[in-house]
Design a protein. Structure first.
Length: 557
């Protein structure tokens, strides 16, 4: 998948018309070609409030609404109700153009791309126009959305935010509720309908948000089913020797709010095959009976050795299939959301809706990971995953998911993914991302990556035609159109050109330099002042300039 252009025809968040012109983000103007096979992520750069993250939110909301329009409405009470209307989406009006290789195609070259334009007018349902490269424009028209066009939508839209922009997660949460609705539908109709809930293909929704719980699923799926060569980027960077052991805890619960559906029984029968497979892979498992009815608590303990990995390979085959199994089990933890709150979340476009989702103790969850231990290099100790730093978890999120993608049409929406990284990791982020994708053997034609960042290290690893600069109140512009070289450029120069920051040190230390300059002008003895400057200030261009100025003043005397 390769994005071409996003045009917002109406206001969305802070994004609005500029001087009467629609807000436009141009990603690329060239036709599919050999260079599209190379790894080149897009980087959105600009000051806070310039609209970078809003573009990610717009894309996430667009693909969520397209899913709602193309999923089987029978599966969800919300999609069947009058509260959902195909004509009402967020953003309200837009045009999105991209190239994609249809997922039912057995070919994977730049010649297999089709051009897709999705257009939504205000108060109208979105329409789609699909054109093959060798097809003439005449005779190709927009058509209404249907389930059959899902092959022309991305198979995965992966979202991640460092935590500063949690509103990005809202369409992903809504998508998970749709997945839960579908699960409930099939659970209630076991034996009544011919449709089968195929666990190898579920969840059907393409939207995946990487949070802490998903981080654990990602790490497990990779360390159990990837070979050591593929795992090298993660193992080397985090100094990991191996996965030592972990526990899965499964609760046989009913709905938390039983009055929401009196006919709903226990929630696990639909995933019986998955739970059976996990039991067969476990080193030991045992049950803890509860006093209330048939509810029980089951513990599956895993000591990870070659036999454990072979068992997982036999039953789950690929890391992505194991990850999807964990996704479905984790989905059932949303049972704590009652019908009224679910409706409120579906209808909301506000950040505050997410804070209404109740948090419960792990005992109330259907499924959770526990006692997750990692063996580090050069240490006999086993480290709990919870003891990892924020930066290490962030690394697992972003790099780990890359290893599992195979040839899925994927759009990455990464909002400041390097926030918790140390300077060394920030400078290596793009190369590590490239290495992780390369280790997984992915076809770069199948994915597009958008990263928002304030880090000049990341910008300096991106080519200028892939850096889009945001400035509040102006149209986003490609760095190459602004004559801003980015690739391999000094971080100080990029800080000056893009973030309008000419100084290389902080404001407080700048104020100290101003004080020293004033003292020099007031006649303080030069050598003593320079000695004090060297003792108090570290090396910087500003310090060198100050000392040169003071020396020149002395010479004038």
């Amino acid at each position: 998948m390769k994005l071409v252009k996003l045009t917002l025809l109406d206001k969305f968040r802070s994004l609005n018309k500029i001087d009467g012109e629609d807000f436009v983000v141009n990603f690329r103007e060239d036709e599919p070609n050999e260079s599209w096979k190379e790894f080149h992520p897009y980087c959105f750069a600009g000051l806070n409030g310039s609209g970078k993250s809003n573009v990610l939110e717009a894309l996430a909301n667009i693909f969520y609404h397209l899913e709602c329009c193309t999923l089987n409405s029978e599966y969800s009470e919300y999609l069947k109700s009058s509260e959902f209307q195909k004509s009402k989406g967020i953003p309200t009006s837009y045009e999105l153009e991209y190239y994609i290789i249809p997922k039912d195609s057995d070919k994977r070259s730049e010649n297999d791309f089709v051009n897709v334009i999705i257009r939504k007018e205000k108060n109208e349902a979105p329409k789609i126009k699909i054109k093959a490269q060798d097809q003439k424009e005449e005779g190709v028209s927009f058509q209404v959305l249907s389930e059959s066009i899902r092959t022309f939508l991305p198979e995965l839209v992966i979202g991640y935010s460092s935590g500063e922009n949690e509103i990005l997660s809202l369409p992903f949460i809504k998508s998970r509720l749709l997945q839960l609705d579908e699960y409930y539908y099939h659970l209630k109709n076991i034996g009544k309908i011919e449709l089968k809930y195929d666990l190898d293909k579920k969840p059907e929704s393409s939207l995946v948000y990487m949070d802490y719980h998903m981080s654990q699923a990602i790490l497990l799926s990779n360390f159990l089913l990837q070979d050591n060569t593929t795992l090298e980027p993660i193992k080397n960077q985090l100094d990991i020797d191996r996965l030592d052991s972990f526990r899965l805890v499964i609760n046989n619960h009913k709905l938390y709010h039983k009055d929401d559906d009196l006919d709903m029984g226990y929630l696990l029968p639909l995933v019986k095959d998955t739970v059976d497979k996990l039991r067969k892979c476990s080193t030991i498992n045992y049950f803890e009976k509860k006093d209330n009815g048939d509810e029980y608590l089951e513990y599956l303990d895993f000591y990870v050795d070659n036999a454990t990995k072979e068992a997982f390979r036999k039953h789950f085959v690929t890391p992505l299939r194991l990850f999807k199994a964990f996704q479905v089990l984790s989905l059932l933890n949303l049972r704590v959301i009652d019908k009224d709150l679910k409706k409120e979340i579906y209808k909301s476009d506000s950040l505050y809706a997410m804070y209404k989702i109740p948090t419960y103790k792990e005992q109330e969850h259907i499924f959770h990971f526990n006692l997750f231990k990692i063996k580090k290099n050069d240490s006999s100790d086993k480290m709990l995953l919870k003891a990892f730093s924020d930066g290490e978890h962030q690394f697992l999120h972003t790099m780990g998911i890359c290893l599992m993608l195979q040839d899925k049409n994927t759009l990455f929406l990464l909002d400041e993914p390097e926030t918790h990284f140390n300077p060394e990791w920030r400078s290596e982020f793009i190369s590590l991302l490239k290495e992780s994708l390369g280790m997984s053997g992915v076809n770069h034609l199948m994915r597009d990556i958008i990263i928002t960042s304030h880090s000049p290290f990341i910008i300096s690893d991106c080519y200028p035609d892939k850096v889009i600069i945001f400035d509040k109140g102006k149209q986003p512009q490609n760095a190459i159109d602004l004559n801003v070289e980015t690739f391999g450029t000094s971080v100080n120069l990029l800080t000056n050109k893009i973030f309008k920051r000419k100084n290389t040190i902080g404001n407080y230390s700048l104020s100290k330099i101003a004080e020293f300059r004033k003292r020099s002008l007031n006649g303080e003895e030069t050598n003593k002042l320079i000695e004090e400057i060297n003792n108090e200030l570290g090396d910087s261009i500003e310090k060198l300039i100050l000392i040169k100025e003071i020396s020149q003043i002395e010479n004038i005397k």
